[in-house]
Design a protein around this ligand. Structure first.
Ligand SMILES: [Zn+2]
Length: 260
């Protein structure tokens, strides 16, 4: 499945490889809450990752785009920092979304030298950041959720990636690749069943379903190559529409302007 996903990620590649925009412009002073980028200190072993992120303006570009889109009652920090594990997280007490330097290193080691690996690295990073952003928005905007919050923010992360054009599709397929490799290496046991996240393999099928559901004619390979069982694929357009409508209604009162 991983090879098929990388092929799909590359197939929807535009002339430009996935990258952050060169956001030279900054937005004017904003009231009260806004998204604020913060590149935390890194140990010498991780210094090159930090410098690369600053050079690519990863957090700045994301914060600028989000500030143009949403009005916040309080500041949300988008940060890179050291953690105990290769992960990403949202900390409600400081209202901080953190991408861990250890995640950058793990992704680099796992994918960077592989064909199509840039999509898996960039897609996973962006998915992780948008997933944690979802937790932050539910917290700060007091958004209602029913069912598992982890599923809801996976939905938002996928929708936000898909709003970035053809490169966004590549990123979304790249993120699926991360969960595919996790499913191959992580142990499946009672602890996994009790987790508040879906199983890695369930997250694989969910995200593929939402990519496919937006426009089934766009990626017939999803069915042809067996990336999704037909009985699930049939339901994906309605599933995609429902989650788009739901997140749209939740966030509409907080929009400054349409998301670009
Ligand atoms: Zn989460």
């Amino acid at each position: 499945m991983l090879l098929a996903l990388v092929a799909l990620a590359a197939a929807c590649r535009t002339a430009e490889p996935p990258r952050t925009e060169a956001a030279a412009d900054t937005i004017p002073a904003l009231p009260a809450g806004q998204f604020v980028p913060e590149y935390g200190p890194a140990t010498p072993l991780f210094a090159n990752f930090r410098e690369g992120l600053i050079a690519h303006r990863l957090l700045d570009t994301t914060a600028t785009r989000l500030n143009r889109w949403l009005v916040l009652p309080e500041k949300i920090t988008l940060a890179t920092a050291h953690c105990d594990e290769p992960n990403a997280k949202y900390e409600p007490s400081s209202r901080t979304v953190t991408l861990c330097y250890e995640l950058f290193r793990a992704l680099s080691e796992r994918f960077a030298t592989k064909t199509g690996g840039e999509y898996l690295v960039a897609g996973t990073l962006m998915f992780a950041m948008m997933h944690e952003l979802g937790h932050a928005l539910i917290d700060v905007l007091r958004l209602p959720t029913t069912g598992r919050e982890e599923d809801a923010v996976d939905q938002l992360a996928t929708l936000l990636l898909l709003r970035q054009g053809a490169a966004g599709d590549s990123l979304a397929f790249g993120a699926v690749g991360w969960f595919v490799t996790n499913a191959q290496t992580n142990r499946f046991d009672e602890i996994a069943l009790a987790d508040d996240h879906g199983l890695d393999q369930q997250r694989v099928y969910n995200i593929i379903c939402w990519i496919y559901g937006r426009d089934p004619s766009r990626y017939p390979e999803v069915l042809r190559d067996g990336l999704l069982p037909e009985h699930r694929a049939d339901r994906c357009p309605a599933e995609y529409q429902r989650l788009t409508d739901s997140w749209g209604r939740l966030l509409a009162p907080h929009e400054r302007a349409p998301l670009q």
